[in-house]
Structures are given as structure tokens and as C-alpha cells.
Ligand binder design. Structure first.
Ligand code: NAI
Length: 351
């Protein structure tokens, strides 16, 4: 696989891609800034062990573009970016994040960092020693971001069930939650309180047992999660879960979860549509933390999680309504809405 970076940047409208290396800590990272037409570009820091620099670059570009789409559909005055930190053994993680903080500070606020896979509270605290440009969850920052994400998924799921059956009716519903980490466990908690039957699928068996016992939910082998007949499959682990093989095994009526980039290709959204599975576009549903982070950074307020959830539910309902009217897949409709909004910003800005 080879990537022609400048061609990819022009094709997808990227503004800047920066490779960062720190001699002292050995930190190596890539930052893709997709769009800053409306304001600073927001995006979390993903720390991951990639097979090659090229895999890291591809992931970074895909995630950054998805952030702009997320911002566009959430109606925020901001832009999208992503930073991927290449995980290497035997590094002093605190020093790595401090160095990264210095790099982010040097950009003067053009990029605003946040949490993502591999970057939690401890890493953000180290980062905050060297930069002011981050949405750090907790008491000093916008609060618990994963709660906002889970609320968005929960309300979005309700909008999807309403569109499917004309009623939400949680006590009649079975939801398989794939991944019981920060977002998945909070989503499962919310669903249990609403009266739904929740089945959890978690690769980390200790975590699975702990969450299973705390919430009194059933557990299933993670490999089998897509095959479990249910109303909703909620992917809350990693992206890329819907592909040629998994698609044939999906027994859910609807897919609604937090994981970024769930579809390996847009075509898979069309194929789900053809099979009668209602797919809720991930970047619409998982915008809760972003909304909370942006409103905190820009307006200094902590938006209540229920208000964020309702906002996301309403956005998704609009996408599903248009998809039904045009008999197209919700994934295509959401993509087109995002692309149109971004084109409109750029036209106004003359860029
Ligand atoms: P997390 O790292 O806390 O939880 C993910 C969990 O999935 C882990 O417990 C992991 O063991 C499990 N897992 C990994 N592969 C699995 C598999 N094949 N089957 C079952 N379980 C598996 O991450 P977090 O924060 O809960 O995020 C979940 C997803 O949502 C990620 O894709 C993230 O990018 C996305 N997301 C998270 C946001 C947030 O506010 N935390 C915001 C937007 C998106």
C-alpha cells in the first residue's frame, strides 16, 4: 500500500499534515489538520501501535476528515483534525506527552487536542503541563466526555428505534454493546436503567466480568457479538467492524454505536441498507464529547449531557427522515449533508 500524500490532501481538502519527532523523548506523531475555516480544528490524540508509518498516516487522515464531518453535522463553529502518536516500547510516556504538549502549544491554538484511544486522564494531565490547547475531561475541564458520548448514542438509538417501529419502547428491546470501556459501559448503564435487555461483549475478560456483575447484564463471546439476534448492535470498541465478512453475519436490525469509522468502506453502508439493517452514521452519533469539549473551550460552559443527547437524537432523526424519503442509505445522506455544509463554509470564506 502506498499513499501519495499531497494528492490525498488535495482530493480530500486537507489544510496541513505535520510529522513530529522529539529528540529527547523519542516521541513520533502525525497531525492532520483537515479544516479550520470556521474555527480551530478539534480532534483527540490516538496512541496506537501501527504496523507502519503509512498505516498511521492513513488512519490519521481518515480520522481527521471524520472529525470535520462530525463538527459539520453537529452544527459547531470549529474544524476537524487528528493526532496519532506512534506507540513504541520502552518510552517514558509522561515525557512523550509533555513533548507533544510543547508541539501543540507551538501551533498557537490552531489545533485543540482531546482524549481518544490510548490517551486518557493521565496522558492529558502530562500534556496540560505544556499546552493550554486541550479539552481535558474532569473538574477543571468540560467534565466527563465519555458520558456525553454515551448520552448521544443512547438518544440516537432511541431516534433510530422510533424511525424503525414508531416507538422506542426500551423494555421490549435487546441491545448488544460491543466494548464495555468508558463509553460502552456508560451506554450499557443507561440502557439498563431505561429497562432494555443488554448483552455485553468485551475482549478484556476481567473488565467484562466486572461490568457484567455491576450492571447485572449478560455477556457474550466478543467474536459472536455480530451474530446475536437483537434490535440494536452498538459498536463501542474499535472502528472497521463492518466489512465484507462481518456484514454477512450481522443479525441486528439496527447498528448504532460510538466507535469511529465503523464502515470499512462507504459501500458497506449501502449493503447494510440493501439488507434492511438501519445503520446510524457513527460521526452523527458519537459527537457528544466533541460538542461538550467545543462548547467548553469556546464559551466556557458545560452543556448538560441530556441536552447534548437530545441534540444528537434530533440530528440523527433528520438524517433518517431524509434517507427514508430518498430511499438511500443513512450513511450516504449524512456524508452528503456534511460535504455540503463544509463546501458552504469554504465558499463563504472564499477558500
Ligand atoms: P475504551 O478504550 O475505554 O473502550 C474500548 C473497549 O473495547 C476496551 O475495553 C477494549 O477492551 C474493548 N474492545 C476492543 N476490541 C474489542 C472487540 N473486538 N470486541 C469487544 N471489545 C473490544 O474506549 P472508549 O473511550 O470507550 O471509546 C470507544 C470507541 O468510541 C472508540 O472507537 C473511540 O474512538 C470512540 N469514541 C469515543 C469517544 C469518547 O468520548 N470516549 C468519543 C467519540 C468516539
Amino acid at each position: 500500500m502506498s499513499i501519495h500524500l499531497l494528492d490525498a490532501m488535495s482530493r480530500e481538502g486537507f489544510e496541513q499534515v505535520i510529522a513530529f519527532h522529539d529528540r529527547g523523548s523519542g516521541a513520533r506523531a502525525l497531525l492532520a489538520i483537515h479544516d479550520t475555516v470556521q474555527g480551530p480544528a478539534f480532534g483527540g490524540i490516538r496512541r496506537w501501535s501501527y504496523a507502519s508509518d503509512e498505516h498511521a498516516l492513513r488512519d490519521c487522515l481518515r480520522l481527521a476528515r471524520a472529525m470535520t464531518w462530525k463538527v459539520a453535522l453537529a452544527g459547531l463553529r470549529a474544524g476537524g483534525a487528528k493526532l496519532v502518536l506512534l506507540e513504541r516500547p520502552a518510552q517514558d510516556r509522561e515525557r512523550v506527552y509533555e513533548a507533544l504538549g510543547g508541539f501543540i502549544e507551538s501551533l498557537g491554538g490552531r489545533y485543540q487536542a482531546g482524549p481518544d484511544v490510548g490517551t486518557g486522564d493521565a496522558e492529558l494531565r502530562a500534556l496540560a503541563r505544556r499546552t493550554q490547547y486541550l479539552a481535558c475531561p474532569g473538574e477543571e475541564g468540560p467534565g466527563e466526555l465519555a458520558e456525553a458520548t454515551a448520552a448521544g448514542v443512547h438518544h440516537g438509538m432511541a431516534a433510530a428505534l422510533q424511525a424503525l417501529d414508531g416507538a422506542v419502547d426500551w423494555p421490549r428491546r435487546t441491545v448488544v454493546v460491543q466494548g464495555l470501556g468508558a463509553v460502552g459501559s456508560e451506554l450499557a448503564r443507561r440502557l439498563v436503567s431505561a429497562g432494555a435487555r443488554v448483552i455485553g461483549a468485551e475482549r478484556d475478560s476481567r473488565l467484562a466480568l466486572a461490568v457484567g456483575a455491576r450492571l447485572e447484564i449478560e455477556l457474550v463471546d466478543p467474536e459472536r457479538a455480530p451474530e446475536v439476534p437483537c434490535d440494536v448492535l452498538a459498536p463501542c470498541a474499535l472502528g472497521g467492524v463492518i466489512h465484507d465478512l462481518s456484514l454477512q453475519r450481522i443479525a441486528a436490525r439496527c447498528i448504532a454505536g460510538a466507535a469511529n469509522n465503523q464502515l470499512v468502506r462507504n459501500l458497506h453502508g449501502d449493503q447494510l441498507h440493501e439488507r434492511g439493517v438501519l445503520y446510524c452514521p457513527d460521526f452523527v452519533l458519537n459527537a457528544g464529547a466533541l460538542i461538550r469539549g467545543v462548547l467548553f473551550q469556546q464559551e466556557g460552559r458545560r452543556e448538560p449531557v441530556e441536552a447534548i443527547g437530545q441534540r444528537i437524537g434530533a440530528t440523527l432523526a433528520g438524517v433518517l427522515e431524509q434517507a427514508a424519503a430518498e430511499q438511500r442509505s443513512p450513511a450516504r445522506v449524512a456524508n452528503d449533508q456534511a460535504i455540503a455544509r463544509i463546501a458552504a463554509w469554504r465558499k463563504i470564506a472564499g477558500g
